[in-house]
Ligand binder design. Structure first.
Ligand code: NAD
Length: 101
């Protein structure tokens, strides 16, 4: 079986671009992608990716046993991490600060 690389967050910005790069530069590897599409977009995913729409909190054991990835690249995330600890009103104040002063 062809060697495979698993990319989580494959529908997102970094994961999808990384999948494109692997497909173009490492034809020895098949790319398997996981994403729950909570933040990314189906149209970002290269058509050569074997895609699983699933949340990482679910049981992934069948995917791992079926696909036997040699490497896993983990990019799935709620990526607006800079705002996570801030309330909505604080974020709005930051965004509109220049207009309010
Ligand atoms: N974009 C940047 O410039 C940048 C820079 C430095 C680091 N990073 C880091 O790289 C990682 C990816 O960033 P990105 O910009 O590609 O974000 P993104 O939001 O574009 O992609 C994240 C993907 O993860 C998926 N996802 C989220 N939770 C999931 C879950 N529980 N199960 C399955 N899929 C899930 C989303 O649907 C989305 O497609 C993050 O950890 C981010 O902090 C990004």
């Amino acid at each position: 079986m062809q060697k495979s690389i698993l990319i989580t967050g494959v529908a997102g910005l970094i994961g999808s671009k990384f999948a494109d790069w692997i497909i173009q530069n490492n034809p020895d590897y098949r790319v398997v992608g996981i994403d729950d599409l909570s933040g990314g977009y189906l149209e970002n995913i290269n058509s050569k990716v074997s895609f699983y729409k699933i949340n990482l909190n679910e049981d992934l054991s069948k995917i791992f046993s079926d696909e036997s990835p040699e490497y896993v690249y983990h990019f799935a995330a709620y990526a607006a991490e800079a705002y996570l600890h801030l309330s909505e009103s604080t974020i709005i104040r930051i965004i509109f600060y220049p207009l309010l002063t």
